[in-house]
Write a protein of this length. Structure first.
Length: 429
């Protein structure tokens, strides 16, 4: 037994090594095509999985990543995701969305409502072909709501990276797009929480239990945990020096909050994200250097494992002709919903066509956030493997479109600060 454990550990370590090398090779190549690292890492995972490497004789994907090691890789990746979701929650400060707030709210709401509506219609059409997962019947309501929510997502962190690389972070286009994505992300997580309750609940009694647990969790975070965190941060910050003990305490809070939301019936990512939302923002610069930066280093190392293990689950060979038609429909509906919703709202707000269309293209970026939500859909039992594959490909294509379609040229300069600092933008995946 000890030998088996040692072998699994060695094979998991070897898998991590392969993943990191594959990602590091493709990232600089894709960067030349104006693509963020997430695109390269997902493509590396797809190439290492059944879609490409699996086409060669010898079942190479299973030799590189034996089934018994994939749970270990997934667990390692999930730690990175939880820490990353904490950082995203901590960075979002909707109070900073002040300048042009009417335009921001209009764009963010329209960029959610329109793609959600078109996604719901598409999901109703697709349901009969994807109504079973592992032999179990999926309810039509959770499936339709989940697909609609997934279509409404904008990848806030990937969008931040694209803005920085295109030097749009201080333009009106960049400010409106990022602020709208911040508001939209907050709303999208609320929508996903509701879908999660519907998906995991087998009856009205269980729904009320999950809703009640969620309400108690929210009250405890706001009334108890947030004041304690403020006191803790104040007590462990003396003379502009943060105690080394604060880092493990915050990490324990993130993981404990993730466990609690999983326990009450929601996905663990909600716990990590909401713990970030209540994290104190006083002495922010000092806390960033002592808490945020170490977490960023960990996520920089672990996030490629998440991207590539996600790619390993994508099997394009299973789609066939019907699947190809469904994939085209998913991509067209995804692009139409975001472009129509965001561009239309920007035009209504008085933004010129050129800038409004750029905002629409940027809001069509789904990337990392979409992948996290799609993996949550798999864990909820809402998506079968074919649907998961098509949705991952949709996220990949919509994210890849932003680089070539958004030009590197000046738009009108903005008049307010971004919801994220440039330092935060520079570390986005």
């Amino acid at each position: 037994m000890a030998q088996d454990s040692a072998t699994i550990l060695a094979e998991t370590a070897a898998g991590v090594s392969v993943i990191l090398v594959a990602g590091s090779v493709l990232v600089p190549l894709l960067r030349r095509l104006r693509q963020p690292p997430v695109i390269a890492e997902i493509l590396a995972g797809i190439a290492l999985g059944p879609s490409l490497l699996g086409l060669f004789p010898g079942n190479l994907p299973d030799h590189l990543f034996p089934p018994e090691t994939r749970s270990g890789l997934s667990a390692i990746a999930q730690i990175g995701i939880l820490l990353f979701m904490f950082l995203i929650g901590w960075e979002i400060d909707l109070r900073q969305v002040k300048a042009r707030r009417n335009a921001v709210l209009g764009i963010s709401l329209s960029a959610i409502v329109v793609p959600f509506g078109t996604g719901v219609v598409l999901a109703a059409w697709l349901y009969d072909q994807h109504d079973r997962v592992d032999g179990q019947q999926i309810g039509q309501t959770p499936f339709v709501l989940f697909v609609g929510t997934a279509m409404a997502i904008t990848a806030f962190p990937v969008l931040a990276r694209i803005l920085l690389e295109h030097r749009l972070q201080h333009t009106r286009v960049g400010i409106l797009a990022l602020a709208s994505a911040a508001v939209g992300d907050a709303l999208a997580w609320c929508m996903l929480a509701f879908v999660s309750v519907v998906a995991v609940s087998s009856g009205s009694g269980e729904v009320y239990t999950v809703i009640g647990g969620t309400a108690l969790y929210a009250v405890a975070l706001i009334a108890v945990v947030r004041p304690l965190l403020r006191r803790l941060v104040k007590a462990m910050t003396r003379n502009d020096v943060v105690s080394p003990g604060l880092l493990p305490v915050v990490a324990a809070g993130v993981l404990g909050s993730a466990f609690f939301t999983h326990w009450i019936g929601l996905d663990a990512i909600f716990g990590a994200f909401t713990f970030g939302l209540i994290m104190p923002r006083s002495s922010l610069k000092l806390l960033k250097s002592s808490v945020s930066v170490p977490f960023e280093h960990v996520t920089t190392l672990l996030m490629p494992i998440f991207f590539i293990t996600t790619g390993l689950s994508v099997d394009v060979t299973q789609l066939g002709g019907a699947g190809a038609l469904e994939l085209v429909a998913i991509i067209l509906v995804a692009c139409f919903g975001k472009l129509a919703g965001a561009t239309g709202a920007a035009l209504v707000a008085g933004i010129p066509w050129k800038e409004a269309s750029a905002i629409g293209v940027l809001m069509n970026t789904r990337g990392l956030t979409e992948l996290i939500i799609l993996n949550a859909g798999v864990s909820m039992g809402v998506l079968d493997n074919r649907m998961f594959t098509m949705m991952v490909l949709m996220a990949l294509i919509t994210t890849a479109l932003a680089g070539p379609l958004v030009p590197r040229k000046s738009y009108a300069r903005g008049t307010s600060e971004l919801p994220l600092s440039e330092a935060a933008l520079s570390r986005a995946p």
